[in-house]
Design a protein around this ligand. Structure first.
Ligand code: GAP
Length: 512
């Protein structure tokens, strides 16, 4: 298998070639960090959303789903803190006119020093062979210790300046480290300034009446401002949850790594409203449950790790990320946050409306605490794709690309293939398709040799290929070929539906 960078490039080109993901506005040379989902991409994406929705809403009696508008009252973003604090420090290079995140420039500089350490370790490991003790080497080798001291000092200074919002010092640090623009190669930098990540637009047709509104940067606030509507109309008792799937928008400065960091993306969020004092218990509960959900997707456990936040946002009293090993390393896939009563309190204050829960057992009213689970649909899509993409060398020496996607998530569940385009085989195949299509998504394909058709279905992750041949006309049997093993079996037509249904069963995926 190719190295990770090569693998990542292959995944990106496979996504385009097979109709999963296209660069947005491609015939106009694209729009940076914006992507379109193609005919198979949209199916996989919908299946991921459905898998989450079933797990969160359908399988939990006390969680309900909503769908709130992208446009919201602008004061919501003042209350949530996004107007004042949802920003990244940016810096421009005056020669290339390229814009960078100042903290990322420093982090990339640190990564280069880390690389030097790695090289020293590799060299020493070769020199000492089996007797090599990496821990001892890293702790005692003069050059490595010097590199590590440098890294620690840089990280400390960056954190301190960012925390104190001392942007002049961040610029000074960039200058002292002699960081150059990767495009122009120059050190001709502007000042560092905070850049708010929210997109804004105007509401109202007459410019004098125009009211600046924002495209939501997270779906969570739509849940918070509807807390009371849902609680009252659904007669919900604490603890209960509200879930939502929807688009979010962020004007990311550093937008790369394909669909990992986009400017328009989709989130699946759930806010769980709990009694104050019980939030840390529920935080652990959701951490555990969300990990189980991930494991049920068939990706290996060692591809996941938990990163507990040491430094917490001012509104949180516990937070962690579920990280996934993407081809470019372990990165955040989902966030789980104990957000206290920060958001509901802020909305009470800014709206002047009470957002409380009356507990009939204790006769007390209180503002609930919230535990949030928040995952990006697109990142989950990328995680699944990066693990599922496999190049296999077959026994006859040929190769095939197969997407080993969990069958319940696969875009097409079964392909119906007449062996030849004559002798009534296409008609028989369509007859079968007309029965199966009501239960799951099938695809009819009669073009090219059967082997090539199998490869096309492997490349989009179709769990089953059903081939209709001359024997079918005589005894109503077909061959069914399984994607991963490539094994073929002769079965009666009326058994197809049950076999496929069993393979794509939600229940099986969740409970196995
Ligand atoms: N309501 C909490 C919240 O929005 P976040 O950590 O900023 O928290 C949650 O985002 C998740 O949304 C992330 O774990 C990630 O999966 C996804 N996400 C965030 N920014 C993204 C972007 N620019 N592109 C794609 N996904 C993104």
């Amino acid at each position: 298998m190719a190295n990770n960078e090569e693998l990542f490039k292959k995944i990106i080109s496979h996504s385009k070639e097979y109709g999963f993901i296209f660069p947005s506005s491609e015939i106009y040379d694209g729009l940076s960090a914006v992507y379109d989902y193609g005919q198979y991409g949209v199916e996989l994406k919908n299946n991921i959303k459905n898998y989450w929705w079933k797990a969160m809403v359908q399988f939990n009696e006390n969680i309900v789903g909503i769908d709130t508008a992208i446009f919201m009252h602008p004061t919501i973003w003042k209350a949530s803190g996004h107007v004042d604090a949802f920003s990244d420090p940016l810096i421009d290079n005056k020669d290339s006119k390229k814009r960078y995140r100042a903290d990322v420039l420093v982090e990339e500089h640190v990564a280069k020093i880390e690389d030097k350490i790695r090289k020293e370790v590799e060299k020493a490991a070769k020199r000492f062979g089996d007797a090599f003790d990496e821990q001892q080497f890293v702790g005692t080798n003069a050059r490595v210790v010097e590199y590590q001291t440098k890294i620690d000092a840089i990280n400390k200074r960056l954190n301190q300046s960012l925390e104190a919002n001392d942007l002049a010092d961040v610029k000074k640090l960039i200058e002292e480290l002699e960081i150059v623009c990767p495009v122009s190669g120059s050190r001709n930098w502007t000042e560092v300034r905070q850049f708010n990540l929210m997109f804004s637009t105007q509401m109202g047709s007459v410019s004098e009446d125009a009211n600046q509104i924002y495209l939501r940067p997270e779906t969570a606030q739509g849940i918070f401002v509807n807390y009371l509507n849902v609680q009252k109309s659904g007669r919900m008792k604490i603890p209960f949850g509200i879930a939502q799937i929807g688009k979010a928008f962020r004007n990311e400065i550093v937008a790369r790594q394909f669909i990992f960091r986009m400017r328009e993306f989709e989130q699946m969020e759930m806010q769980y409203f709990v009694k104050p004092g019980e939030e840390l218990q529920w935080f652990e509960y959701w951490k555990d449950l969300r990990l189980k959900w991930h494991y049920s997707l068939g990706l290996p456990k060692n591809k996941y790790r938990i990163h507990n936040h040491e430094k917490l946002a001012h509104y949180a009293n516990a937070a962690c990320d579920i990280e996934f090993e993407f081809p470019f390393g372990f990165k955040e896939l989902e966030g789980i946050h104990s957000r206290t009563d920060f958001d509901l309190n802020a909305h009470q204050k800014f709206s002047g409306k009470k957002l409380q829960f009356f507990d009939p057992e204790t006769n007390e009213s209180y503002v609930p605490y919230v535990v949030e689970t928040s995952i990006g649909v697109d990142r989950m899509f990328l995680a699944i794709l990066s693990y599922a993409y496999n190049e296999e060398v077959l026994e006859d020496g040929s190769t095939r690309v197969v997407l080993s996607i969990l069958p319940v998530l696969a875009p097409i569940k079964a392909a119906i293939l007449p062996l030849m385009k004559k002798d009534g085989l296409p008609e028989k195949a369509r007859e079968i398709m007309d029965v199966l299509k009501y239960d799951f998504l099938c695809q009819y394909d009669e073009k090219d040799a059967i082997g090539r058709r199998y490869r096309r279905q492997d490349a989009i992750g179709t769990p089953y290929c059903i081939t209709v041949d001359h024997q079918t006309l005589q005894d109503n049997t077909v061959t069914i070929r399984e994607r991963d093993t490539m094994k073929q079996e002769r079965i009666a037509i009326d058994k197809i539906a049950a076999i496929v249904e069993d393979k794509i069963s939600f229940k099986k995926a969740f409970t196995q």
